[in-house]
Design a protein around this ligand. Sequence first.
Ligand SMILES: [Zn+2]
Length: 313
Amino acid sequence: MQDFIHLWDGNKWNGPITDGHMHLDRNGRCLDAAIDFERSGGTRIILVHKPDFSSLPEDIEDVSAAYSDTLSIAKEVRESTKIQVQVILGPHPVVWSHQLESIGEERATELHLNSIDLALRHFVSGDCVGIGEIGRPHFPVSREIWNSANVMLEEILRRCASKNAPIQFHVEDRGALTCQELSQICTAAHYPHSLALRHYAPADVSPNFTSKLPVTVSMGRGSIEKIASTINVDLLFKGEHPPVMMETDYLDDPKRPGAVLGPRTIAKRTNELGKYLQKSLEEGGMGWNQQKIANFLWKIHRVWPDMLYGECT
Ligand SMILES: [Zn+2]
């Protein structure tokens, strides 16, 4: 095993940096954003497919073309940088909720499930490492739509379970309750909890809050302190903690430039987390030693991404 202890030098993390959920858009900064990520120290992107919300797919051919474009963006980033890119493909729950109005529930659901099957074919052939974003609307909807969304989600998980495909959830934020419900849906669908990751997760990473589901935490202000105070140290050093990654959910949308965290955020927050863990308790930190810090950062950026999505070759 690589000696990762010295990758934390007391001030800066010199190891791998993984963004667990990022988008790139040809109409946005695209390759430039990836280069920004790399210049800040970034080494690996979990690149999540983003539908064109201004022109929603009308049939499976549209979806197929959009998936292919995401795969070709990944290829271009690999060719132009040293970044390792792993792709997640899938329809977006918000597309489904928009299409309930435009094409009706029956067709919207059919197109959604066909899009899952297509993404699973890409998974089986090795083009992508998982399915996402899947889930349910993050905004209030009628009870009827909410129930339909949950029924469809269970069916999606059943299909993903048959291929053992990891998934990334896009869901509403009702704190721990959201994770409890996701966990129940996984059980009902016989989907392995160890592969069911909540994206845009709050920074409370305690297994009580997450129901032991893997998470990628949105790394806004205050996130490092919360991660540091909620990580279960016993489970962590026994090697039994559910995976925790960091994400920007960078949207790369020119119309919403300030709407999300930028591509340099993860490197910055990783160094902040290391320093905060290192600071003594008297100084308001956590008083961890170099070995513990390096071990934790190595897990976030290398061990857990590998566990979920496989090693990059
Ligand atoms: Zn996203």
